[in-house]
Design a protein around this ligand. Structure first.
Ligand code: COA
Length: 538
């Protein structure tokens, strides 16, 4: 097996400058993640302590196997939205390990507006359910939520991908034998009450946990009845009288112990088999990724230098190395799992698109997961390329990506523009997971190009109407506005806040994140897939 020979000069000025720039971004990411995990008001902390509740982190520590891997999902969802303090869209979520078994975990944070659910909180819950369903992973929910964040109720209620979808999915998950275990750890009102009700196993914490369709104030208003939360929907009511809950827990720690015990009784899936071998570290140092990636997404670089730092032994069996050179395709192993990698080395031409299509078909037939390393400005444009049929060749690639049946994983290393985002398995193409590096940019096109298009549309319009073109100072101001907007809307933080990805990751962690994700994906069977594609336009 060939080993990628690196051509990186770690003593060069460019390497040093790139490294400094990337390290700044990674430090900023570290600060953002810490804030999201830890910034809570004194009042909320005091209230949590008064009630004798554990923090979300303490709950997770007791729930998951000690020193086991934790793949956090969307920790910066809703960053900068609402009042700026709805960290992680009001919850922590990820894939953790209970008794050696991978599970999806979603934990409301009662210290963020009583754990109430904002629009982004609904989106995050639906994302976690999608992860559970696609990868056949059990789902544990630690509910501590006052239900809908009422000032924004119209944004989370009736539509197909709004709150109701969460409970609809729960019914489908139960039918599909995807176990759902829920711990009731706070007052779960209305929507919050349906999560445990729709689950397969319900643990209920005495004293602080309650389930009711309408809380005491609503009951008082509607019926005049005075009743405490505990008497209305506490652990004793639901474990002894109503049967809504299955297990009575003395406190948070006891609840986490019971959830763990439940997993001893649920039979584990046998994992799908993909070609594997013993894992080895990359020969090239992953920390050199910091110096390899140029500061600007407009500067190209050889993506083999990235591959060399994320795959086992830096070994890469390259496919069609001389054909379609703007897309690098080949086989490698990540943490022992064989994968087919597609990485951009420039814009996509007809030949690189056809190569991708063939490569995807090969991996799909062989049952080898696909990893897309996106750094793409789009498909080539211009008369010559249109005449040669770039649109139909790009279409074949997009068709193969959409219809292939093996698990797919996408990491956006830099640019993610236009149809290149689609062909390289952007979010709409349902990769099992998608991450961004902190330098990544995403959009229909870059700000400069968008400004250019808009200016020429305006000038064409003026020309048709016999008017003078835009004065240069006007053009400049349009350009600045559009570029500024594109930078704001197309950066990695905007993407992650909107849940267009599963998180921003430190480039050095790419290999480990991919390894955990591939492992989690293998809980869904690969056998019995129906390999087949739509009609390829020839
Ligand atoms: N919508 C918007 N904000 C809400 C809210 C809701 N449904 N429920 C609570 N909050 C806010 C509170 O205003 C408070 O905000 P602040 O931090 O800015 O002061 C914060 O969440 C914490 O609420 P608080 O009541 O102080 O905390 P608590 O731990 O004692 O109780 C709840 C938390 C959620 C149990 C309690 O607030 C409650 O019962 N809320 C109403 C739940 C409800 O009826 N929901 C209907 C949804 S369909």
């Amino acid at each position: 097996m060939g080993i990628i020979e690196t051509a990186v000069d770690t003593g060069s000025d460019a390497y040093r400058e790139n490294r400094e720039a990337m390290l700044k971004l990674v430090e900023e990411l570290g600060r953002e993640l810490k804030t999201a995990r830890e910034e809570r008001s004194d009042r909320a902390r005091k209230r949590n302590a008064e009630l004798g509740k554990l923090s979300v982190q303490q709950r997770l520590d007791r729930l998951l196997d000690p020193d086991s891997p934790w793949l956090e999902i969307a920790p910066l969802a809703a960053r900068g939205m609402y009042e700026g303090d709805v960290h992680g869209a009001g919850s922590r979520a990820g894939i953790g390990v209970i008794h050696g078994r991978e599970v999806v975990v979603l934990a409301n944070d009662p210290m963020i507006k009583g754990g109430t659910v904002y629009p982004m909180g609904v989106k995050k819950t639906l994302r976690m359910q999608a992860i559970a369903m696609e990868n056949h992973l059990p789902m544990v929910t630690l509910v501590d939520s006052g239900g809908a964040y009422l000032p924004l109720q119209s944004e989370i209620f009736p539509d197909i991908d709004d709150g109701g979808r969460i409970f609809y999915n729960q019914a489908l998950m139960s039918k599909a034998n995807i176990p759902q275990v829920t711990a009731v750890m706070g007052l779960c009102t209305a929507g919050g009450a349906y999560i445990p009700a729709m689950s397969d196993h319900v643990v209920h914490v005495s004293g602080t946990g309650a389930i009711f369709l309408g809380g005491p104030p609503l009951v008082k208003a509607a019926t005049g009845e005075d009743v405490t939360a505990e008497d209305l929907g506490g652990a004793m009511v639901h474990c002894r009288d109503s049967g809504v809950s299955d297990y009575f827990a003395e406190d948070d720690a006891d609840a986490m112990r019971i959830v763990r015990d439940i997993f001893l009784t649920i039979p584990a899936n046998s994992k799908a088999r993909v070609p594997c071998r013993a894992a080895t570290d990359p020969l090239c140092d992953p920390s050199e990724l910091y110096g390899i990636v140029p500061k600007s997404t407009t500067i190209g670089y050889d993506c083999r230098e990235v591959i060399a730092r994320i795959v086992d032994g830096s070994e890469f069996h390259e496919f069609k190395a001389l054909y379609g050179p703007t897309l690098v395709c080949g086989w490698a192993w990540i943490h022992g799992y064989e994968v087919g990698i597609l990485g951009n080395n420039g814009v996509l031409f007809s030949d690189s698109s056809l190569k991708a299509t063939q490569f995807i078909q090969l991996c799909d037939r062989m049952g080898i997961p696909l990893v897309f390393l996106q750094n793409i400005n789009g498909y080539i444009i211009g008369r010559e390329y249109e005449q040669r049929g770039i649109t139909k060749d790009g279409h074949k690639m997009v068709n193969a990506v959409a219809t292939s049946t093996v698990p797919k994983f996408t990491v956006i290393l830099g640019a993610s523009f236009g149809a290149g985002n689609y062909g390289m398995c952007g979010r709409a193409y349902s990769p099992r997971f998608l991450w961004m590096w902190p330098n990544a940019k995403i959009g229909v096109m870059g700000g400069e190009q968008a400004a250019q298009v808009l200016i020429s549309v305006k000038n064409d319009q003026f020309a048709r109407e016999g008017q003078d073109p835009l004065p240069p100072e006007f053009e400049q101001s349009i350009k600045e506005t559009i570029v500024e907007q594109a930078d704001k809307d197309g950066n990695a933080y905007h993407s992650t806040a909107n849940l267009w990805d599963d998180g921003i990751i430190d480039p050095v962690k790419t290999r480990d994140v991919l390894g955990l994700a591939i492992s989690a994906s293998l809980n869904a069977p690969l056998e019995g897939r129906k390999v087949g594609y739509g009609t390829f336009r020839m």
